[in-house]
Design a protein around this ligand. Structure first.
Ligand code: UFG
Length: 343
């Protein structure tokens, strides 16, 4: 019998890649998504890749009655992987309540509904943003968390605190929070990937949209940081590697291998690359010159963030193994294919 897993936000960027990895690892997947930042066509594309179309419920997680109803018909789920959230940093600064309401109410509703089933196997989609501006690099899970700069980031930190509090009173619960560094790339088929609505906030989609002619030029936010070339350093990780880490975390959870009922893991490669290095690699793999200019710093950016991902290697038996070139090649393939698909 296949084990059933609920994936919230399963039509989104990281969610859809994780659904593919779950199906390929013989799990049965139920997706809940409100399609606010994704598209139901993704379900067909998941089928093209895996041969299986996952069960789908269009549901806003803020509506607890609807969530409870979905779970009532899926009492046999073994775990939830919770991706559904808003994620635009700038928008969260402008509309904090929207972010606190959506990201935290959704989390609480899914936890309450799952508790009623008597099963709290839960994997949470967190972010390196919980480390704020780190005092020590590379970042281990022992690094102090800090109040993140943005309300978006703060929803991730508060969510982890909610899970930790819940773990203290529910000895039976098993929860894992995965702290992503900078996910980029797309599935090698070019069938699923990130399709930002409006102007992208993140570097990679901005680069590919500029190269394809949707944006005039990329602004590089500052070259006066204390880094070798003056531009900020991040730990970019291939979304397909990231997706596989969720399957490993789920297996650890279901095989009762957790050492504490709330665990956190960094998911990164351990390598840091600067903005200019990313641009250079893009120009190399795409054979295109990118139009960019150096402008002033962006509010809230920190000079350097990269992971020590040894804990995930030891405990989840997972290691990112895709190169920066593979990440950027797949992002570029996706950009070129995505606009020709019926999305
Ligand atoms: N950058 C540019 N120009 C752009 C976009 C980004 O120069 O148009 C630079 C940024 O200044 C930064 C680097 O590219 O130095 C990476 O920026 P991203 O926006 O791609 O990623 P961030 O590291 O800022 O954001 C990521 C996640 C967020 C998370 C944040 C926490 O995408 O979800 O890390 O640090 F909140």
């Amino acid at each position: 019998m296949k084990k059933k897993v609920l994936v919230t936000g399963g039509c989104g960027y990281i969610g859809s890649h994780t659904v593919v990895a779950l199906i390929q690892n013989n799990f049965e997947v139920i997706i809940i998504d409100d399609l606010s930042n994704s598209n139901a066509q993704t379900l067909n594309n998941i089928k093209k890749i895996t041969g299986v179309k996952p069960t789908f419920c269009e549901c806003d997680l803020k509506d607890i009655h609807h969530v409870k109803n979905v779970l009532k018909y899926n009492k046999d789920i073994e775990a939830t992987i919770h991706f559904a959230a808003y994620k635009a940093v700038g928008e969260s600064v402008a509309q904090p309540l929207l972010y606190y309401q959506n990201n935290l109410v959704s989390l609480i509703n899914i936890l309450i509904s799952q508790l009623e089933l008597g099963n709290i196997n839960f994997i949470f989609s967190s972010s390196a943003t919980v480390y704020g501006n780190p005092k020590k690099l590379p970042i281990t899970e022992e690094n102090q968390t800090e109040r993140p700069f943005s309300p978006y980031g703060n929803t991730k930190k508060i969510a982890e605190e909610i899970l930790e509090d819940l773990s203290k009173v529910n000895a039976e619960s098993n929860m894992i929070s995965l702290r992503y560094f900078n996910p980029i790339g797309a599935h090698e088929s070019g069938l699923i990937g990130e399709l930002p609505t409006g102007i992208p906030n993140n570097l990679m989609p901005y680069i590919t949209q500029t190269a394809i002619g949707l944006r005039e030029k990329l602004s590089v936010y500052g070259n006066d940081y204390p880094t070798p070339d003056g531009t900020p350093i991040r730990d970019y990780i291939h979304v397909v590697d990231l997706a596989k880490a969720h399957v490993k975390a789920l297996k650890r959870q279901l095989q009762q291998k957790q050492e504490k009922n709330f665990e956190t893991f960094n998911l990164g490669t351990g390598n840091g690359y600067s903005v200019l290095e990313i641009i250079k690699t893009f120009e190399k793999v795409s054979n295109k010159k990118l139009n960019y200019e150096i402008v002033g710093r962006r509010n809230g950016d920190v000079p350097s963030l990269y992971a020590n991902a040894k804990l995930a290697e030891q405990k989840l038996l997972w290691k990112a193994n895709k190169s920066l070139e593979e990440m950027i090649t797949s992002s570029w393939l996706w950009e070129q294919k995505a606009r020709h698909q019926t999305l």
